[in-house]
Design a binder for this molecule. Structure first.
Ligand SMILES: Cc1ncc(COP(=O)(O)O)c(C=O)c1O
Length: 343
């Protein structure tokens, strides 16, 4: 296999054309067999429900080449199950777990030359999505759906990589409501977050840190990632909230924090607590762990890092998590699956 000619060490987090994507259609009560295609566009009815009523959800996971040369995926069944929940919550036809996994394997195998080499810091980002393609005028679920998976080789989400970022607490705009759809990965949540995110960037911050929409007092999450703080006595604390995405990375870090003796807690976190943390991070598939250098809330600022140097706790967790993903640390929990090559 001739690897694609890319500057692997310097990839940003963005869309890059690869060779193949895969598509399944739900029609007349069943999913079609997956069809690999090189086509980047989707022919669609102008009254498709994804265009009008937001019937759309997606996932994000990563494939790595390990030191051994194995091509592996991290906790794929958790992404498959979360996509099922997202579909159910907005009344779309969910792709069965096995079909999801099979589709990812097929599309990765078809694009093997785009899997970044071990040691470059890059990975192959997998983007599954489900859209309502059947036409409706009047708010109703579609009768036809498309499940597709495309891939793109990526570097770090925040262009600084494993370097501290600046967050600002967003206490005006809401991203999601407590009994709404903030806990699933539907496109509308991200559209709702653009205003706050672009405003924060224009003001010189990297991203926002949302407060809960009901009380405007407890931390929710950052725009594209969950949040955790480390207390002065070394505990890993992450918000419990009905309106945040249950991050698979955060759940994994929670487990690793237990192992590292950081007595993790998932509970409502009062925004005032940010002034008592010694370290903090954003976490997610794309963000991995991104150390938080400072959090600004109105006139006040909490600072965690000395210049560009990530905090000690973020560094330990980062090494542990990426070590497992890259096969440098043992995977004792079955988080890693090797993607079998097709004959
Ligand atoms: C809003 C939001 N929160 C959190 C996460 C992190 O979730 P995960 O660790 O499952 O990627 C993501 C990214 O998927 C996200 O978009």
């Amino acid at each position: 296999m001739q690897r694609a000619d890319l500057d692997w060490e310097n990839l940003d987090f963005g869309y890059r054309k690869t060779d193949w994507n895969i598509r399944h259609t739900w029609r007349d009560g069943r999913w079609s067999a997956g069809e690999l295609t090189a086509e980047e566009h989707i022919p669609m009815h102008m009254a498709a429900t994804c265009l009008h009523y937001g019937q759309e959800c997606f996932e994000g996971l990563k494939v790595f080449e390990q030191r051994s040369g194995d091509v592996v995926v991290f906790r794929i069944e958790a992404n498959a199950r979360r996509m099922i929940r997202s579909c159910q919550k907005i009344f779309m036809q969910p792709p069965p777990e096995e079909m999801f996994i099979e589709a990812v394997y097929k599309v990765v195998n078809a694009n093997r030359r785009f899997v970044p080499p071990y040691g470059t810091g890059a990975s192959l980002y997998i983007r599954p999505l489900v859209i309502g393609t059947g036409p409706q005028v009047g708010v109703k679920p579609a009768e036809e759906y498309m499940f597709m998976v495309f891939v793109t080789p990526v570097g770090p989400y925040f262009k600084t990589g494993f370097k501290p970022v600046k967050l600002v607490v967003e206490d005006e705009y809401d991203r999601a409501a407590p009994n709404g759809v903030g806990d699933v990965k539907v496109g509308g949540n991200y559209a709702a977050g653009l205003r706050a995110s672009l405003r924060a960037k224009a003001a010189g911050f990297t991203e926002v840190l949302y407060l809960d929409a009901k009380h405007k007092r407890y931390l929710d999450e950052s725009g594209p990632a969950n949040f955790f703080g480390i207390t002065k006595d070394g505990r890993y604390v992450t918000p419990h909230s009905e309106s945040i995405l249950p991050s698979i990375t955060n759940k994994s870090l929670f487990t690793l924090a237990e192992e590292l003796g950081m007595n993790p807690e998932r509970r409502p976190v009062d925004v005032e607590e940010v002034f008592g943390f010694q370290d903090a991070g954003c976490c997610g598939t794309a963000a991995v762990i991104t150390p938080v250098g400072s959090i600004t809330w109105g006139e006040r600022q909490a600072v965690y890092c000395d210049g560009d140097v990530p905090g000690e706790f973020c560094t330990r967790l980062y090494k542990k998590l990426t070590g497992i993903q890259l096969g440098e640390e043992p995977d004792t929990r079955g988080w890693i699956r090797s993607i079998p090559t097709e004959n």
